[in-house]
Design a binder for this molecule. Structure first.
Ligand SMILES: Cc1ncc(COP(=O)(O)O)c(C=O)c1O
Length: 293
C-alpha cells in the first residue's frame, strides 16, 4: 500500500502514513476486535449487506457495540472506494473494543476504534484457476468460536504458514477426523457428482462465498449437501475446492502432495467457477446501473 493511500480511521479519511492508533488499543494488546473483507469489482461492492450482517453478528458475539448504522457503513465504504485509483478493491474494515488501561475485563467506557482500508483486489490468476492449486492438511487446533470473524488470527496464521512453507495455497483442517474449513477459506468436496461441505457451526466461519456457492448450486440444480464430511471423504474426493472473497472458487488438485481425483480441476468445479463469474458480472452490471441512475 502506497504511503499516500487514503484510509478511514475513527471518522476521518486520511493518508495511511498519518493514521495512528494508541498502543493501548485493545486490538493491539489483546487482538480484541473483529473484521470483514468485502471484495469490490469495478467499484461495486459484492454482497455488502451480507458482510455488514456478519460484522453485526461478530460484534454482538464479542459484545462490542456497533459504532455505525448499516447506512453509515455503506457510506464510509462507498467514499473509500471512490478515493482509490484502482477499480477492483478489497475493503478491509475492523472494529476493536478501543483504548483502555490493560485489563482482561472489558473497560466500562471505551470507544470502539474503527479502521477501514482498501487494497487492490488480487484474485487467483487465470493460470492457477486452470491448473488448480496445491493444499496441505493439518489438525484444526483453533478455539471453538471460529464463527466469529475475530482479528485474533494467530491460530489461522500458524496454520496458513504450514502451507506457505511448502508453496501451497491453503491448509485444510480436520477436527476429530472431520473437515472444518481451511486457514482462510471454506472447503467443498465433490463425490460422485454431489457437492458436500460441513454445515455452519461454531467450528467454521460462515463464508459469504460459501453462501453464494450454495445458492448457485441450488439454482443450477447441482446436488449439494451440508453435513459432516470425514477426513477419509476429503482424501477420497473426486474434487476439492476452497472458497473465499479473494480466492472466489479455486480447485485443489493435490492434497499433501497426492493428486485429488484426476489431479486436475474437475467438471463440477469448472461449472461452478463459470456460474460464479457470471453471477459476479450480473451483480457488477446491476451495481453500475444503480450508480449511473
Ligand atoms: C477462516 C476462514 N474461513 C472462511 C473464509 C471465507 O469467508 P468469505 O467467503 O466470507 O471470504 C475466510 C475468509 O477470510 C476465513 O478467514
Amino acid at each position: 500500500m502506497d504511503a499516500s493511500s487514503i484510509v478511514f480511521l475513527n471518522g476521518k479519511f486520511l493518508p495511511v502514513d498519518e493514521a495512528r492508533v494508541p498502543v493501548l488499543d485493545r486490538g493491539f494488546i489483546f487482538g480484541d476486535g473483529v473484521y470483514e473483507l468485502v471484495p469490490v469489482y469495478s467499484r461495486v461492492p459484492f454482497r455488502m449487506d451480507e458482510h455488514l450482517a456478519r460484522l453485526e453478528r461478530s460484534l454482538a458475539a464479542v459484545r462490542i457495540r456497533n459504532p455505525y448504522t448499516m447506512a453509515e457503513w455503506r457510506d464510509i465504504i462507498q467514499q473509500l472506494v471512490a478515493r482509490q485509483p484502482f477499480e477492483d478493491q478489497g475493503i478491509y474494515f475492523q472494529v476493536t473494543r478501543g483504548v483502555a488501561k490493560r485489563d482482561h475485563a472489558f473497560p466500562k467506557d471505551a470507544t470502539p476504534t474503527v479502521f477501514v482500508m482498501s487494497n487492490p483486489l488480487v484474485c487467483p490468476p487465470q493460470a492457477l484457476v486452470e491448473s488448480g492449486a496445491a493444499a496441505v492438511t493439518a489438525v484444526d487446533n483453533r478455539w471453538h468460536r471460529c464463527d466469529i470473524k475475530s482479528i485474533s488470527l494467530i491460530g489461522n496464521c500458524l496454520l496458513r504458514q504450514v502451507s506457505a512453507d511448502v508453496g501451497a495455497v491453503e491448509t485444510i483442517l480436520f477436527r476429530d477426523g472431520q473437515l472444518t474449513e481451511a486457514s482462510a477459506s471454506n472447503v467443498f468436496v465433490v463425490k460422485a457428482g454431489v457437492i458436500l461441505s460441513p454445515a455452519k457451526s461454531n467450528l467454521i466461519l460462515p463464508g459469504i462465498t460459501y453462501d453464494v456457492v450454495a445458492e448457485l448450486a441450488k439454482s443450477a440444480g447441482l446436488p449439494i449437501e451440508f453435513r459432516p464430511v470425514s477426513e477419509a471423504e476429503v482424501r477420497g474426493a473426486d474434487e476439492v475446492w476452497v472458497t473465499s472473497s479473494s480466492k472466489e472458487v479455486l480447485a485443489v488438485v493435490t492434497l499433501d502432495g497426492k493428486p485429488v481425483g484426476a489431479g486436475k480441476p474437475g467438471p463440477v468445479f469448472r461449472q461452478m467457477h463459470r456460474l460464479y463469474q457470471e453471477f459476479k458480472q450480473k451483480v457488477m452490471r446491476a451495481g453500475k446501473g444503480r450508480q449511473a441512475a
